[in-house]
Design a protein around this ligand. Structure first.
Ligand SMILES: Cc1cc2nc3c(=O)[nH]c(=O)nc-3n(C[C@H](O)[C@H](O)[C@H](O)COP(=O)(O)OP(=O)(O)OC[C@H]3O[C@@H](n4cnc5c(N)ncnc54)[C@H](O)[C@@H]3O)c2cc1C
Length: 521
């Protein structure tokens, strides 16, 4: 993937595109993969970096959603369980199964959760992960040695999938590109153009790096802008009724010592009625999340103090050593692109199902859903968009489409396992220059070669792209990421030929963003 090459292909493209997709998160990139692999001619434009929005800020679970089972949404759970299985099948280098323990403190919890989790396992059918079962008190503590023991009766274990969201997304961008799509980051769609009948027939866009503005024509435009969907819809029709109810969720990241062992904790009911997860992730402990309605989405949402206090207090109820503010290595927030419903009091009960909505202007918006179900959302959206645009009928092929880097034993690459087959090429890079094996910070496993790789092959354009999404340094340990920033900037400067001023600007921009991930004492 190379931005210059992508630009050349756009400039040489004189016909209208079959489809232009706006938004480079899981939804938009999923649509680009689906449409390109059917043989359609696709352009995707992302205003910031791929995954800058919600798609890098999730709990990182490929799951059916135990909670939706309790809400009686069997259809959604079954669909998500199937997609969870397909994700593992098509991206085994990035998705793996993980044991979740539901600790029991009341007598009724064992039969209640035991039965529910059995049903969850059965609903997965042939896409099942591990077998769920009841655990004695001793077995529970064997799996979760740092769980609070007071009043503990036992537990239930079940299995779900875990993944690295931003890395999966970058591999999906590569997959879309390998199937013929052109995808550009740092290009904002500033407007939609219409034909004489008032149907959307293209986009106006601006390259953030050069300021260059351009128009691209399309047979159909797909709005995959997540929590920003209404903004784009209203660019086509200012009077369009808003459909998104944005809701913020945050996570806190701690040292791995807070959650010893290899299992996660799942608390089905916190004091606000939500699910709380404490999960081992990349050698750290990830705890979340909240569900706070917000007036409008922003690209860099900030955790609210009440949300931080809530997660700390809830984690303290279950962990033997209650974490405090000074233990927080990183805090990050994301915005759920939930679809509004009438007569619903809380965003926590809004459906996580997706909606494909076609406005009178012919703009196709695909909204809501979950990371886990991106493939199914894309299939549904492309079916409808292709019919609307009268594209030649072609069947969806993504059920068995391997994601870039596919490797069934990527564990052998150690800390490079998330790259799958690309790990071989990164090792070759290191073989040409041994200094590229140097780690960037003693607290994290990242090496210099990953920065060079990200710039040369993954379209990383800023220090933040490398530290937040090509590696996950900012999400794991914000202070370490800040300390790594100048080495990263030096490496990027020599790859991208930045002068001193550009480098200083890059570092200042990163420090400003990173300050949101550090918690004051
Ligand atoms: C706290 C939290 C935890 C979650 N946990 C999970 C989980 O564990 N498992 C799961 O399955 N799901 C989870 N989800 C849901 C999942 O993360 C989202 O459903 C998914 O990431 C949404 O992806 P998206 O592509 O629709 O939106 P986004 O990722 O936000 O992408 C939209 C993109 O559109 C771009 N854009 C906007 N306007 C324009 C424009 N004019 N021009 C160009 N680009 C534009 C934005 O920059 C953005 O990158 C979670 C969500 C939250 C908030």
């Amino acid at each position: 993937m190379n931005r210059k090459e992508m630009w050349k292909r756009i400039e040489a493209h004189s016909q209208p595109w079959d489809m232009i997709v706006v938004g480079g998160g899981a939804t938009g990139v999923g649509v680009a993969i689906d449409a390109a692999s059917r043989g359609y001619d696709v352009l995707l434009l992302e205003q910031s970096d791929f995954g800058k929005g919600t798609s890098s800020r999730s709990t990182k679970l490929a799951h059916g959603g135990v909670r939706y089972l309790e809400q009686g949404d069997l259809g959604l759970v079954m669909e998500a369980l199937k997609e969870r299985g397909l994700l593992l099948q098509n991206a085994p280098h990035l998705v793996h199964d993980l044991a979740f323990v539901v600790p029991n403190y009341d007598w009724w919890e064992a039969p209640f959760y035991g039965l529910g989790l059995k049903l969850y396992q059965l609903l997965a059918g042939k896409y099942g992960f591990g077998v769920s079962r009841m655990l004695s008190r001793e077995e529970t503590l064997e799996r979760l040695p740092t769980l609070k023991t007071e009043g503990l009766r036992g537990g239930a274990v079940y299995y779900d999938g875990q993944f690295d969201d931003a890395r999966l997304l970058i591999h999906m961008v590569a997959t879309a590109h390998e199937n013929g799509a052109i995808l550009l980051n740092y290009v904002e769609v500033t407007g939609l153009t219409k034909d004489a009948q008032g149907f959307v027939d293209g986009v106006n866009a601006r390259d953030d790096e050069t300021g260059q503005e351009f128009h691209a024509a399309a047979k159909v435009v797909v709005n995959g802008t997540g929590a920003f969907s209404d903004r784009l819809r209203q660019r086509a029709e200012p009077a369009a009724t808003p459909m998104i109810a944005p809701s913020q969720g945050i996570h806190l990241v701690f040292d791995s010592a807070f959650l010893a062992g290899e299992s996660a904790i799942m608390v089905p009911h916190t004091s606000d009625g939500r699910v709380l997860f404490a999960i081992p992730w990349h050698g750290h402990t990830l705890v979340g999340t909240t569900d706070t309605p917000i007036p409008a989405a922003t690209l860099e949402p900030v955790a609210q103090e009440e949300e931080i206090d809530f997660i700390l207090a809830s984690a303290g109820q279950y962990l033997a050593k209650a974490p405090t503010r000074k233990d927080v290595l990183s805090v990050f927030a994301g915005v759920r692109p939930l679809v509004r419903a009438a007569n619903v009091a809380s965003t926590a009960v809004l459906s996580r199902d997706h909606v494909v909505h076609i406005d009178r202007s012919g703009l196709v918006s695909v909204m809501g859903g979950k990371w886990t179900t991106y493939r199914h959302m894309a299939e549904d959206c492309v079916d409808q968009a292709a019919t609307l645009a009268q594209l030649p009928e072609r069947a969806c092929v993504t059920q068995d489409l391997r994601i870039h880097g596919f490797h069934t034993a990527a564990g052998e690459f150690g800390s490079l396992s998330v790259y799958g087959t690309d790990a071989v090429a990164i090792r070759k890079l290191i073989a040409t220059d041994a200094t590229l094996a140097d780690t960037l910070h003693p607290a994290l496993p990242y090496v210099k070669a990953q920065v060079v790789w990200a710039v040369r092959h993954e379209m990383a354009r800023t220090v933040e792209d490398v530290l937040a999404r090509r590696t996950r340094a900012l999400f794991l340990n914000a202070r370490a990421a800040l300390e790594m920033a100048s080495t990263v900037a030096d490496l990027m400067a020599s790859e991208l030929v930045w002068d001193g001023m550009v480098k200083a600007k890059q570092l200042a921009a990163f420090r400003s963003v990173a300050s949101n991930y550090c918690l004051g004492q």
